[in-house]
Design a protein around this ligand. Structure first.
Ligand SMILES: NC(=O)c1ccc[n+]([C@@H]2O[C@H](COP(=O)([O-])OP(=O)(O)OC[C@H]3O[C@@H](n4cnc5c(N)ncnc54)[C@H](OP(=O)(O)O)[C@@H]3O)[C@@H](O)[C@H]2O)c1
Length: 263
């Protein structure tokens, strides 16, 4: 088994760096690693972030566009010939309204969260093979532990991401590449700032970045936080189906309004 390079010698590529968890990860990771490449579509935000460090390069890319990712990975190849860690963090969230059910929304969410992540892994794999011990970190969500109301699109995309990464882990082990999945609970970012429902135990993006880095230094398979929240969610996910369904029905807005109508 080849040795894992210390973070200080690693070349890292992070997607979704223009905002939220990715932006916080950039600020926390840059001082620890050799070189950090950061991607997102918002070029101005990436350039402003990269300007604060002498070892960070902005690589604007759209993860739904394979050519855009191929161009970005080519720059890493030209500069470093290898990639040690990929952090596929870019993602989006839209919630379902069953009264206005929109299949196209499922395609949008899966296009970014699942296929965008798969595209990113595809662009990074040849470079990761040049590392003494490559590492793929995919950001999923704790929602993959329990099917929540209104999360038909987001939750199914993240459950697919978790499953994809676990299968991939088996297949890339022989290539000397490790795989981890990150399952955050609620984190205060622009993605959750628009939510109009309670978000128990919500943490800051800085706290999420610190917990993620701790997990990736150990190469733990499942990096999840905050621990108390993910433990409770995991326990609820283990309940018999009829109890899970009773619980999530009670959380559903449709369920509530139907009950109100019945009364
Ligand atoms: N916040 C939470 O509570 C929470 C909980 C569980 C999981 N997560 C996951 O954590 C990850 C980061 O979320 P966040 O909360 O930090 O959200 P955020 O603040 O909205 O950031 C999302 C990032 O993804 C990028 N992105 C979106 N679509 C992209 C595309 N097509 N191509 C390239 N980049 C794209 C955005 O940049 P541009 O718009 O500039 O492209 C942005 O940098 C996501 O995968 C999310 O699902 C978040």
């Amino acid at each position: 088994m080849s040795r894992t390079l210390p973070l200080s010698q690693q070349v890292i590529w992070l997607t979704g760096a223009s905002s939220g968890i990715g932006e916080a990860l950039t600020r926390h990771l840059a001082p620890l690693c050799r070189h950090l490449y950061i991607s997102a579509r918002s070029t101005d935000k990436l350039n402003a972030l990269a300007a604060g460090f002498n070892n960070v390069t902005a690589l604007p890319a759209d993860i739904t566009d394979e050519t855009s990712l191929a161009n970005a990975s080519e720059i890493i190849r030209e500069n470093h010939q290898r990639l040690d860690t990929l952090i596929a963090n870019a993602g989006t969230c839209e919630y379902v309204d069953v009264e206005a059910f929109e299949p196209a929304m499922f395609r949008r969410v899966h296009e970014t969260n699942l296929f965008g992540l798969v595209n990113t892994v595809g662009a990074a794999l040849p470079l990761l093979r040049n590392s003494p011990r490559g590492y793929i970190v995919g950001v999923s969500s704790s929602v993959a532990m329990l099917a929540m109301p209104r999360a038909e699109a987001y939750g199914s995309s993240k459950a697919a991401v978790t499953h994809f990464l676990e299968s991939l882990k088996a297949d890339v082990a022989a290539l000397n590449i490790d795989v981890s999945v990150v399952s955050p609970g609620f984190v205060k970012t622009p993605l959750t700032d628009v939510n109009d429902f309670p978000m128990p135990m919500r943490i800051t993006a800085d706290e999420a970045a610190v917990a993620t880095i701790k997990g990736l230094e150990r190469r733990s398979w499942h990096i999840h936080f905050p621990k108390r929240f993910t433990f409770i969610l995991w326990c609820l996910g283990q309940l018999p189906a009829f109890l899970r369904h009773r619980l999530t029905r009670a959380m559903s807005r449709t369920g509530t309004s139907a009950q109100e109508t019945e009364q």
